[in-house]
Design a protein around this ligand. Structure first.
Ligand SMILES: Cc1ncc(C[n+]2csc(CCOP(=O)(O)OP(=O)(O)O)c2C)c(N)n1
Length: 976
């Protein structure tokens, strides 16, 4: 597809000016940089202090209101909020929002500091409400904004829609370019990959807002999360110089004061964090001291005092002294470390000693601004700022180990409001527009509003561009038309490889590059052009083993600072070329064994349609077993509404010879996730094509995450049509003048099905496609065959995935015993009976497939007497079989109201061939046959019991108690 612009010259290109590292040995360099930037960007500290004081008070008041609601009931869980964690971040966020951040920037903030963001945005008047019925979002006026400030953690209703969730959420009024939060450790990773996604989009010629910066605020305990450590090397390897992580280093976590071991860590934890970041290729700013301290350091003994503050105390000791707030103790502890420092401290008043002790860089706006400016200098290295802070800054609970959930009492809250010039009556007042603060905030408000509106316009423009391009292509086809004629036996993972290669070939057909041969696009391929352009693949080191070598070869996206050496060294590699570069024909993002990273990246690329109007469609190929490694990231992506596809392959115990330790399938049900398990190769094509089409056209509400499982067990592909053609419903209308018999079977009064004219294959496949995409279809359908008697000799076998082969075999064996076992393949458990199935009232299962719980009258077990028939009521039982946990298909029976038995994976697996493994797990044909017999016997045992009150009503007595049916007249059975 033709791009609106060439790659912007402003894009950060690999290899561009490398900023100097700022770490301990170079601390002076930061001092210089800070000075320089302070003079370059004049900041009015007095004004900012006044704004911050009000934001602080309003943050605290939001939490206070949330915890003082009148409608609280006895037994309700606590409301909570995190005043101390907010206080610790107040200056960090204020410096960002009030001074440095640009409208196009992104922020991922530690979840429990979200009230600070809201309070600052309130003062900046940056609340926006989604427009109704497709209208543009509206800026919110003061009244509604104040209601929102009263609405933290409140249930939203149509009458009171103005609420904030506990942690940053898309529904918040100030969610523009804020990443949702909740689980710590994940949003900063998503943010880093957003930086990559933006760069990818730009390098591929799309128009995006200029140079966003990706800020994350991270707690110091949060920084122990493996997800953050897992992504750090990548941020540097991928040269994400516009990523900045700010560590709120307050030395406390939820449980109390952090007590890292200074002996083995060789110092305080901030030193370890710094070394970790440096070792991983980050620039580091250690923001320890505030300006008051820095002034002291200029005096005689200042260097020694600096050394004492930086080196003398463990985190734990420092925290305890902070809590003690006692000048004499501080002096005496300092004295034992350094006579010079002690001499300087002895010249200070008690108040100044305590002040100096607590004067940390993370509460110093000027130094924070300087550090942010440093982070923003062009660089190919990400930047970490370790901002030393006090948890509970300015609160009575400051530095108290128990302060994580502590709430200021009413008296303290009153004092906080008063100090900020606010009253209990008008706690969320804005500054007078004529005041200096009012004018400053209005100017920044206008800058942000204009930036945000321009961003909206660009997004709409991109959307229109893509829509028009798809229309010009002729709309997205239903399949990618892979020619399977040369592959009589194929597996779904192989098919994924074919599809990936084709998508990439089509998408890059006009991009140049090594693989663009003379081959013209076919008519169908031309219709895929725009959509394919947005597809990219990702994989945590299992691309070649999941059959996508073709899609990866020479198409690895990344920095182009290493050149392939095979030609130069005259090596003939029988391996895809995997050295990265940033040309437009790149389509694959490689990962080390880092499933969580890849999942986060899939989520970030998949967020681009909502953010920029460009519907990038990331497809992550991963061993299904290891999807579990990234479950929290998957949940995050889904909650975020990101649009992405995860190809979990190979999956389940069908891995057989490799499956001993890898065989627990990622059986997941989460909102906004649709799961699939195709059986035949063509289904893979339909499902993938449909998922991409839905994403391109915005038709994936409630199912924007797609988990598609594949296997490496091949099956004959012709089997599909062969089976379909046997269905009575597949015969030409009017052809079946009598009930059918299987081919070659000599049944009385029945027609050999193979002698009847069959409808066109294309027609059968179109119908099959519809059913496959609705969640299930009949592979074997005995309806219309002679002797088919529901309630007597019929059982429905629902099979999912590769075990269909065994289900089919069992069906044949059962027919030999006179039992008609329909085999219904479940292509999507989610659509058939999961959250999406429930939403549709199980329409496909109950109506299209016609699975019901009807009671069929058949002859009973008892003797028939003169004038009396012995009848039994029996239903058609359900047998489910799947390579996965039973829960996936277990509630089919309860949905339709029949007995069900499920054959599933209930123990750890071991190595073997598929048939051996299926037998080991009782999923083989013999086990299915046995289970069918058991089920049929059990349905026959349905006893009829009659209560005395029912008998009385039969005899004409009135009902004793109200008829419950009258309570739900809509649901009452027609006859009762
Ligand atoms: C993955 C995850 N685990 C646990 C929590 C619960 N939790 C919320 S805040 C917090 C402590 C965070 O401490 P730190 O990162 O140091 O931030 P601080 O509040 O001290 O600024 C915990 C454990 C969570 N939100 N996410």
């Amino acid at each position: 597809m033709t791009r609106p612009t060439e790659t912007s010259p402003e894009a950060l290109r690999p290899g561009e000016s490398r900023a100097p590292l700022v770490s301990r040995p170079d601390r002076e360099a930061l001092g210089a940089a800070a000075q320089l930037m302070q003079t370059e960007r004049p900041i009015d500290l007095e004004l900012l202090t006044s704004v911050i004081s009000r934001a602080f008070a309003q943050t605290m008041h939001m939490i206070h209101v949330a915890n003082s609601r009148k409608d609280k009931r006895a037994g309700d869980p606590k409301v909570g909020g995190h005043p101390a964690s907010c206080a610790s971040s107040i200056h960090i966020l204020a410096a960002l929002h009030l001074v440095v951040r640009e409208p196009q920037d992104f922020v991922a903030c530690k979840p429990h500091a979200s009230p600070v963001d809201h309070a600052l945005h309130h003062l900046l008047q940056l609340f926006r409400q989604e427009g109704q019925d497709g209208q543009a979002p509206q800026w919110v006026g003061f009244e509604a904004a104040a209601r929102a400030m009263h609405g933290l953690r409140r249930f939203s209703t149509p009458e009171h829609p103005e609420v904030f969730q506990s942690y940053h959420a898309k529904s918040d009024f100030d969610s523009f370019h804020f990443l949702p939060s909740g689980s710590v450790g994940i949003p900063p990773v998503a943010s880093a990959y957003l930086s990559l996604a933006y760069r990818y989009a730009k390098d591929h010629g799309w128009e995006l807002p200029a140079n966003p910066h990706f800020w994350s605020l991270i707690g110091d305990s949060e920084f122990r999360e493996g997800s953050l450590l897992e992504v750090m090397p990548e941020c540097a390897e991928r040269q994400l110089g516009n990523v900045c992580w700010i560590i709120d280093y307050n030395r406390q976590n939820l449980d109390g004061t952090r007590t890292s071991n200074p002996t083995t860590l060789h110092g305080a934890d901030c030193e370890r964090i710094e070394r970790t970041a440096l070792a991983n290729g980050w620039r580091v700013v250690q923001l320890r001291h505030g300006s008051f301290r820095e002034e002291l350091f200029k005096q005689e003994g200042g260097a020694a005092l600096r050394e004492v503050f930086e080196r003398a105390f463990s985190d734990y000791e420092y925290q305890m002294l902070l809590l003690k707030r006692d000048a004499a103790t501080i002096r005496s502890r300092a004295k034992s470390r350094s006579a010079q420092a002690s001499a300087l401290l002895s010249k200070l008043s008690d108040a100044d000693v305590v002040r100096a002790f607590a004067d940390l860089g993370g509460h110093d706006v000027a130094r924070l601004v300087a550090a942010y400016e440093f982070a923003k200098q062009p660089s190919d290295q990400p930047c970490m700022i370790i901002a030393h802070t006090v948890k509970g800054w300015n609160l009575a609970c400051a530095a108290d180990p128990s302060n994580h959930s502590a709430l200021p009492d009413k008296q303290e809250q009153q004092a906080i409001l008063t100090a900020a010039g606010l009253s209990w009556e008008q706690p969320f007042a804005l500054f007078d527009p004529a005041s200096r603060e009012g004018r400053f905030l209005a100017q920044r408000r206008d800058q942000f509003r204009a930036g945000i509106e321009a961003h909206d316009r660009l997004r709409e423009q991109n959307r229109a561009l893509v829509r028009a391009a798809i229309e010009r292509d002729g709309g997205i086809p239903e399949s990618l038309d892979i020619d399977l004629s040369l592959f009589p036996s194929a597996h779904t993972q192989w098919m994924w490889g074919q599809l990936a290669a084709k998508l990439v070939r089509i998408g890059t057909s006009d991009e140049g590059g090594p693989h663009t041969g003379p081959k013209e696009l076919s008519a169908t391929e031309t219709r895929w052009r725009t959509a394919a352009d947005f597809v990219l693949t990702l994989s945590p080191d299992v691309g070649t083993s999941t059959n996508i070598s073709g899609a990866m070869d020479s198409r690895i996206y990344g920095p182009d600072d290493q050149k392939p050496l095979d030609a130069e060294l005259q090596l003939k590699l029988r391996h895809p070329q995997l050295v990265s570069h940033s040309e437009r024909w790149t389509r694959h993002v490689r990962f080390e064994i880092a499933e969580a990273n890849a999942m986060s990246a899939a989520g970030s690329f998949g967020a681009l349609r909502a953010l920029t109007g460009l519907p990038f469609c990331p497809i992550m190929t991963v061993y299904d077993f290891f999807v579990k490694r990234a479950l929290d990231q998957l949940y995050y992506n889904l909650y975020w509404g990101s649009e992405f596809i995860v190809l979990g392959t190979p999956s389940g115990i069908t891995l057989s010879s490799e499956g001993a330790q890898h065989s627990w399938k990622s059986d997941i049900q989460m909102p906004n996730l649709v799961t699939w398990e195709p059986l035949f190769a063509i289904e893979m094509d339909w499902i993938l094509s449909d998922a991409i089409r839905r994403q391109m056209l915005g038709l994936n509400a409630g199912r924007s995450g797609v988990l598609l499982r594949a296997v490496t067990r091949a099956i004959p592909q012709r089997q599909l049509l062969e089976l379909l053609r046997k269905h009575a419903a597949s015969k030409q209308p009017g052809a079946a003048s009598a009930p059918l018999a299987p081919a070659g079977a000599n049944w009385v009064d029945a027609l050999d099905e193979s002698t009847l004219a069959v409808r066109e294959d294309a027609e059968l496949l179109a119908e099959l496609r519809r059913n496959c995409l609705a969640g299930a279809y009949y592979l074997v359908d005995w309806r219309g065959y002679a002797g088919y008697e529901p309630g007597d000799n019929v059982v429905h076998v629902f099979s999912m995935g590769s075990v269909a082969t065994e289900a089919l075999e069992a069906s044949t064996l059962l027919l030999q015993r006179g039992i008609f076992a329909n085999v219904i393949h479940v292509s999507s458990p989610e659509l058939l009976l999961g959250i999406l199935g429930e939403q549709s009232g199980y329409e496909h299962l109950c109506s299209t497939l016609g699975i019901d719980g009807d009671l069929h009258a058949v002859e009973g077990a008892g003797e028939s007497e003169a004038g009396l028939l012995s009848l039994a009521g029996r239903r058609v039982p359900i047998l489910a079989t799947c390579d996965g946990e039973a829960g996936l298909l277990d509630n089919l029976g309860s949905i339709v109201g029949v007995k069900q038995k499920t054959l599933a994976v209930r123990k750890f697996s071991k190595c073997g061939r598929p048939d051996e493994i299926y037998a080991y797990h009782h999923l083989d044909a013999a086990s299915i046959v046995e289970a069918a017999g058991e089920l049929l016997a059990r349905t026959a045992l349905e006893n009829l019991r009659v209560s005395p009150s029912a008998l009385a009503r039969f005899q004409g007595m009135p009902r004793q108690r109200p008829d419950w049916r009258e309570l739900w007249p809509k649901n009452a059975p027609e006859a009762h």
